[in-house]
Design a protein around this ligand. Structure first.
Ligand code: NZQ
Ligand code: ZN
Length: 380
């Protein structure tokens, strides 16, 4: 079948050491800037100082305290500030949570009603303040895509939106800022990027000679990084993770081909209720999902086996190789290994998936709630 797609990625990328200074190329001197960041890691690793230095001649204010899995409750305070101070530009400095939060602020600041409407699907974003990103944790690809995931703490909901209006105008990817990342966050980044690629690759066969080759290069690269985990403090290792995670979710490998995303939809619910990190949730769901859907995905799992892991004619061995890779960087594939997880997973997660309309997910919309239940039981 021939490909049909529309693709546009308007984010300018500034890659490499010292590139934080480039932010001034994109921001108008007359603009009032809101610098958004998280719990303070940027104050320990010099990133805050570099951003402050670059913005020396600019008019800027700041909002800190955006947490991992950014909450609607915290972001609403930033929206209020942006409106009150008549901010013109949002600069997110952090990981996926800060950048996603900045996208929410950018859209909600120009919206008269409650911005949660973008997350529950009752409103579509029609405009947003311009924003930029200084990435400190390679994982989500948020720095150059139009997606954001926001959680409402009061109702244990983790929802997402996608909009062409919230692509960052620019993203700074300076791998030297990764030196302060913990092993947990580095492993999370590697796993998240791997699963992003799988969500757009481990689906149905396609005819493109480019898409699968590109995806396989990303997967092989991430597998190599897992196999060289002991070198993770090497600047070249860090640089490669930043390159690969960015390309895994900047939209290209998924353009015009089938996409799955069921692992993410189930994983978001696990994070909302049990607080497991985003990538941790994916590592427990994905292997079980692949086992349950092994027939439907057989051609692509076999292709991945051959081209990524060097495994022929044994799809179960490919799934085991994925599990071993996650475990080798310290991420468990068993949900019960998390202390926060109770014995009410099915009664908790299945109704929530239903409430969020996730009743027929996956590339063929045939992962029903019954199949989600099977996947979750296998993940425990
Ligand atoms: O709060 P700070 O101080 O910044 O600390 C963070 C946070 O505690 C820390 N960190 C970040 N850079 C650091 C650092 N610590 C030391 N040195 C550095 N250089 O790491 C912790 C986790 O950060 P977070 O931003 O939460 O991690 P990640 O980048 O993995 O983002 C996860 C969020 O992104 C969403 C997830 O659901 C989750 O909410 N996703 C967004 C996507 C998108 N926009 O396309 C797609 C993904 O599938 C994902 O759903
Ligand atoms: Zn993800």
């Amino acid at each position: 079948m021939s490909l049909i797609y529309d693709y546009s990625n308007p984010t300018a990328i500034h890659f490499g050491k010292g590139q934080i200074a480039s932010i001034v190329k994109h921001i108008n001197k007359d603009n009032k800037i809101l610098v958004v960041y998280g719990g303070g890691s940027i104050k320990k690793n010099g990133v805050y100082d570099e951003v402050s230095k670059a913005l020396n001649d600019f008019d800027w204010i700041e909002f800190s305290g955006v947490e991992a899995n950014p909450s609607y409750e915290t972001l609403s305070k930033a929206v209020e500030l942006a409106k009150k101070e008549k901010v013109d530009f949002i600069l997110g400095v952090g990981g996926g949570s800060v950048i996603d939060g900045s996208k929410y602020i950018a859209a909600a600041a120009l919206y008269d009603e409650d911005g949660w409407a973008f997350l529950d699907g009752s409103a579509i974003i029609e405009k947003a303040l311009p924003l930029g990103a200084v990435l400190t944790l390679p994982a989500t690809g948020s720095e150059s895509n139009g997606n954001a995931v926001v959680s409402k703490k009061s109702t244990n909901e983790k929802r997402f939106f996608g909009s062409p209006f919230v692509y960052p105008k620019f993203a700074v990817l300076d791998p030297s800022v990764m030196s302060t990342l913990s092993d947990r966050q580095l492993a999370n980044g590697l796993v998240d990027a791997f699963v992003h690629t799988c969500e757009q690759y481990l689906t149905c066969p396609n005819t493109s000679l480019l898409h699968d080759g590109y995806a396989q290069t990303i997967l092989k690269g991430l597998f190599t990084l897992a196999n060289t985990w002991d070198n993770r403090k090497d600047p070249i290792w860090e640089e490669n993770l930043m390159l690969l995670a960015n390309q895994a979710l900047n939209g290209f490998i998924g353009s015009g081909v089938a996409q799955d995303w069921a692992t993410h939809m189930i994983g978001h619910e696990l994070t909302a209720f049990y607080g497991v990190d985003h990538a941790q949730s994916l590592a427990v769901v994905q292997p079980s999902l692949l086992r349950v859907m092994i027939e439907q995905k057989s051609e692509k799992i076999a292709q991945m086996g051959e081209n990524v892991f060097g495994i022929k004619n044994d799809n179960e061995a490919v799934i085991v190789a994925i599990e071993k890779m996650y475990q080798s960087v310290g991420v468990t594939t068993n949900l019960n290994d998390y202390e926060s997880v109770d014995d009410k997973v099915i009664e908790t997660i299945i109704p929530s998936l239903k409430a969020h309309g996730m009743t027929a997910i996956g590339e063929n919309q045939n992962i029903t709630l019954d199949i989600c239940e099977k996947i979750l039981k296998m993940a425990m």
